[in-house]
Design a protein around this ligand. Sequence first.
Ligand SMILES: [Cu+2]
Length: 251
Amino acid sequence: MKRLWSLFFLAIPVGGVLFFVYSRNRWWFPENVSTFGGEIDNLFNLILWITGVVFVLTELTLAYFLFKYSGDAGAGKARYVHGNHAAEMAWTAIPCLILLFITFSQMGTWKKVKFRSHFPDVQPFAEVTAGQFEWRIRYAGADGKLHTADDLAGLNDLHVPVNENILIHLKSRDVLHSFFLPHLRLKQDAVPGMTIPVWFNAMKADTYDLVCAELCGWGHYKMRGRLSVHPTREAYDAWFQEAAAQEERAQ
Ligand SMILES: [Cu+2]
């Protein structure tokens, strides 16, 4: 009977893998539309594979020993072992090598996405200021400079042209927020007192979620914006002209 119960522990790896297979086809990431998103997904999958294989092997080993030494069929008493130098060396060195491997695998992508020295050489496109509970946007306008007369203000809906390197200056006016574009695999904290540059290049015209990924207060849930990617530069310029004219009329 005990042996039968020990098999119960097999339910964890078996159930875990089945649930993974089921969810992968239903609740996975949204489509990637950014130039560097594919690399991020590959890194995610690499780490998922490594941790997945280790998880399954560990659980199977556990279930095997539970079954083997569960006591019904005279497996005998477990031996008391004080330590095993070779085993300790192995379980320290192998994870260490795996972590080193992951470290070196991600360096190129991290540099491309996060290192200012490797950003595309473009003028800031807009300034996005996070605040409880909205995204305030200031477009640089035709002169490519922020805080000049031709700036355009926006709220919660960031408009950009497709296939262009977009540089955003990210700020916060109160607490920590996080600028998250799931379809572009881009996430960056907005920190009070700091201006943090982020960049992306959207490859497909559509509207996408812009959400806050840092619990920032009671209204965090509604701090949801939009990224509108226009199909051409001309379409974006037309939108900009129209919005600027509207702003002028309102004044
Ligand atoms: Cu927020």
